[in-house]
Design a protein around this ligand. Structure first.
Ligand SMILES: [Zn+2]
Ligand SMILES: [Zn+2]
Length: 76
């Protein structure tokens, strides 16, 4: 199992070990306390992805809404 380590560079928590158990370890660390000096393989880090992913969700919702409206009018 991997374990959390205090990073001396940034004062947040990084990881040690094999690197294959990082998801639960990442989740166990408080938000904003994650060391980013070292990457977290296999972990989706929300803070850097937020703007682009929410924009994609909004675009998908709009497309789906338009499609539903069109089908509705075709039935009538
Ligand atoms: Zn491990
Ligand atoms: Zn660090």
């Amino acid at each position: 199992m991997c374990y959390k380590v205090a990073c001396k560079k940034c004062g947040n928590y990084g990881w040690g070990g094999c690197g294959e158990h990082l998801k639960p370890l990442y989740a166990s660390i408080e938000k904003g306390k994650h060391c980013m000096c070292r990457s977290w393989p296999g972990v989706v880090i929300p803070s850097s992805d937020k703007p682009s992913s929410s924009a994609t969700v909004a675009a998908t919702a709009t497309t789906a809404g338009t499609h539903i409206t069109t089908s509705y009018w075709n039935i009538l």
